[in-house]
Design a protein around this ligand. Structure first.
Ligand code: ADP
Length: 779
């Protein structure tokens, strides 16, 4: 192998280091000795290695560089050179198509130098070079028509070399666009511009339609104009283009995924950050900057951004972070981070280490998430919970109150309250019930209510459950009221009660029981009995009294009559015969007898009211008034009084009582007048529902309020007999008559203002018969 590559033992010649000379030659050069040894310079060695492709045998033979015919020619030429004759010949190497020029030069006895020079067209070299780099290359003339194109150009543009050659850039079959999709007019193509301006254009991005793939290819196009020496305008342009379609696809994909990532980052209101393996921000952090308002100077150099943390959270958060960085455990924490507006926002931080292939940390990548909404929601939830709890507590308290109140109510209630189940068993009894019946509450609860306290009627006969109204309610769900019933006391006696039994219903609507409320009416019954007895007693004594008054007045009449007769006799027989005083005494006596008679008559009338019962009949008030007017005619005439009436109604009454009633009232109105003033009495009637309301109005002296009730009592008078005659029985009789008709008698009056007496009597019919109005009394 040494012989192949080492030329150090080649003999120096002409004072020059052969090895250095050989090595410096750019063309493949071989030194061949007659012995068969040879030495190669670097270019030749490289060439031989490349053609022999590692085959050892071939590598031992320099002739492997050439096609067999050429190798033979060269051996012949070398043999001549060993004898001192140099030569030059065109040869064919195995790895190139183009013929090469071999120069064989004798170099000392038994040695010759074989120098190879390949024919190099710079254009061809360039085209090939571009091919080998995968770059397309075309050479266009001044008219922009393609003169040369390499194989890569064909591939990239999707046109065969024949299709390419001669085609000019303005050919409409070139479809080109800018990267943003705008059309790329052919007159602006880099090659055309370079031709026009004489200036090179480098790496112009361009999309070219590939007809075979029916898709766009993306190129970076550079155009270099070439001027002929001395010419001002370019005569050619070399266009080199690289296909960056795949790259662009990757870039697109990356851009898209970055956009996705970015929108994800923006949409989630998260800060994404990266740090180096030591946990220090490793470059600009746009998310962090946008959120905190810090600039790179703040967080890259000073404090690593810790200044933006809430002072109370700083130590804990930073400590946790350093620990995570040391232990390589994923970091998770929460802290408050100052936003650009100065507000601290609760953030959740998570970060994970990104590892290299060897397990070491390349960087940390993490997120900070604004969790204020979560916090707020939690807060709202907590508040809601608290409020609910508060409400539940309040409601529970309310319920407890109500329960307590109901219990109190039931306990305090005077009524006995039982709860019964559907079978009639007591499930509840209040203290009043227990007290009423002499049992303990415990004894009552659980017992069959009917059997224990309701087994018999008041007279002691059995009370079958089927007839019991309480059990009927348990059967039919109807509320029942029992006005009078008996329950049986523990000591064996009956307790009078009134009760109400109310059904209770289950959710499904069936009778599930009943509530029985019981009132002890023993006292009430007793009081009622007492009242009835008292009324009876009163009625009896009233009758007795009336009887007495009647009898008394009747019986008094007899001696009075005798007294009167004898006084009259005395007067008739001895009048004027005795002295004057005796005459006066006699006259007093006769007066007294007369008054006594009138008193007795009034008393009799009073006691007669309501006796000798006749049935009430319809009576026209007008008729009654006519009678009354006649009765008072004398009084009216004497006092120059006026009586008018307007009484069209009929009443249901006793005619013999109604005439004295109105006569009395009218006569009082005519009697109690102011001195020197004539009396005016007006009687009217009006219907008020079932009643006829009669008013007797006068213009007399009036009555002070304090006397307005007293005057209805018997023998009650407000004036001396000398001023106004009378014996105080009239109004007492009137009231008795009115009350006997079921009506009322009262008055309205004021001293000096006249009086109005009101009375009500039962009406006959709602529509009164028409009657003459204002019937004046004819004197
Ligand atoms: P007498 O027989 O005195 O009229 P009454 O019972 O009719 O008895 O009346 C009782 C008293 O009521 C009268 O004495 C009189 O003082 C008063 N009185 C009754 N009617 C009137 C009236 N129309 N105006 C003023 N006072 C009256």
């Amino acid at each position: 192998m040494k012989s192949l590559i080492d030329v150090s033992d080649a003999a120096p010649f002409a004072g020059v280091e052969a090895a250095a000379l050989l090595a410096a030659l750019p063309d493949p050069t071989v030194v061949v000795w007659a012995s068969g040894r040879f030495a190669l310079n670097a270019a030749a060695r490289e060439r031989l290695e490349s053609v022999s492709q590692g085959e050892a045998d071939a590598a031992h033979n320099w002739a492997a560089l050439f096609v067999p015919g050429t190798a033979q020619q060269l051996r012949d030429a070398l043999a001549r050179a060993f004898e001192g004759a140099g030569s030059r010949l065109s040869i064919q190497m195995v790895d190139t198509v183009a013929p090469a020029l071999a120069t064989i030069t004798p170099s000392g006895p038994g040695a010759a130098l074989l120098h190879l020079r390949e024919a190099h067209d710079p254009l061809e070299v360039a085209l090939e070079l571009m091919d080998s780099l995968g770059l397309g290359m075309t050479v266009q003339g001044a008219d922009s028509a393609v003169q040369h194109a390499n194989a890569a150009a064909s591939t990239i543009l999707g046109l065969s070399p024949e299709q390419l050659t001669g085609r000019d850039v303005l050919d409409p079959c070139w479809r080109t666009i800018h990267p943003d999709g705008r059309p790329f007019p052919s007159e602006t193509h880099p090659s055309v511009q370079a031709l026009r301006s004489g200036q090179p254009l480098l790496e112009v991005p361009m999309g070219v339609y590939h007809p075979g793939e029916q898709d766009w290819r993306w190129l970076l196009v550079s155009a270099i104009p070439r001027r002929a020496p001395g010419s001002r305008t370019p005569e050619q342009v070399t266009t080199v283009f690289v296909d960056v379609t795949a790259q662009r696809r990757i870039e697109d994909e990356m851009r898209r995924s970055e956009q996705r990532f970015r929108s994800l980052v923006e949409a989630t209101a998260q800060i994404v950050f990266t740090t180096d393996a030591q946990g220090v921000f490793n470059g600009p952090q746009p998310g962090w900057e946008a959120f905190t308002g810090q600039g790179p100077d703040d967080y890259l150099d000073g404090g690593g951004g810790g200044q933006a943390l809430h002072p109370d959270d700083r130590e804990r958060s930073v400590g946790g972070w350093l620990e995570a960085v040391q232990t390589l455990r994923p970091y998770q924490s929460e802290h408050r981070l100052r936003r650009a507006d100065g507000q601290y926002v609760p953030m959740q931080v998570r970060a994970v280490p990104v590892l290299n292939g060897d397990g070491s940390v390349r960087e940390w990548i993490g997120t900070q998430t604004d969790i204020s909404a979560v916090r707020e929601a939690e807060e709202a939830l907590r508040a809601l919970n608290a409020e609910l709890e508060g409400r539940v507590t309040a409601r529970t308290q309310e319920l407890a109150e109500v329960t307590r109140f109901s219990t109190l109510l039931l306990t305090a209630a005077g009524e006995g309250v039982f709860g019964l189940d559907a079978a009639g068993r007591s499930t509840f009894a209040n203290p009043a019930a227990a007290r009423m019946l002499g049992y303990s509450v415990e004894r009552l609860i659980g017992s069959q209510q009917h059997d224990l306290i309701h087994h018999s009627h008041a007279d002691g006969t059995p009370y079958p459950k089927e007839e019991c109204p309480i059990h009927q309610t348990l059967r039919d769900g109807q509320t029942r009221r029992i006005d009078h019933d008996v329950l049986w006391h523990a000591q064996g006696h009956a307790v009078d009660v009134s009760s109400v039994v109310t059904p209770m219903f289950s959710v499904s609507g069936e009778v599930s029981g009943a509530v029985l409320m019981v009132q002890d009416i023993t006292e009430r019954l007793r009081a009622q009995t007492r009242l009835e007895e008292a009324i009876e007693e009163l009625e009896r004594s009233n009758t007795d009294l009336e009887q007495f008054a009647y009898v008394a007045s009747h019986d008094l009449q007899e001696p009075l009559r005798t007294l009167g007769s004898y006084a009259e006799l005395l007067e008739r027989r001895y009048g004027g015969q005795l002295d004057e005083r005796a005459d006066r005494y006699l006259s007093f006596m006769q007066d007294a007898v007369g008054r006594m008679r009138s008193l007795i008559q009034d008393l009799l009338d009073f006691s007669r009211v309501g006796r000798g019962e006749t049935l009430p009949v319809p009576v026209a008030l007008d008729d009654v008034m006519r009678l009354a007017a006649q009765n008072v005619q004398a009084a009216r005439a004497a006092g120059d009084g006026q009586l008018t009436w307007e009484t069209p109604h009929r009443v249901l009454g006793h005619a013999p009582l109604l005439a004295p009633l109105l006569t009395n009232l009218v006569s009082n109105g005519l009697k109690f007048t102011l001195p020197g003033q004539p009396a005016r009495v007006y009687v009217a009637s009006r219907q008020e529902g079932p009643w006829i309301h009669v008013t007797v109005q006068d213009s007399g002296i009036g009555i002070a309020p304090e006397y307005q009730e007293r005057i209805f009592d018997i023998f009650q008078r407000l004036h001396r007999r000398e001023d106004y005659a009378g014996n105080g029985m009239g109004l007492a009789i009137c009231r008795k008559i009115v009350e006997h008709h079921g009506g009322r008698l009262w008055l309205e009056s004021a001293p000096g203002q006249g009086s109005t007496f009101h009375l009500t009597l039962p009406a006959v019919s709602p529509s009164p018969a028409p009657s003459p109005t204002m019937t004046p009394l004819q004197p």
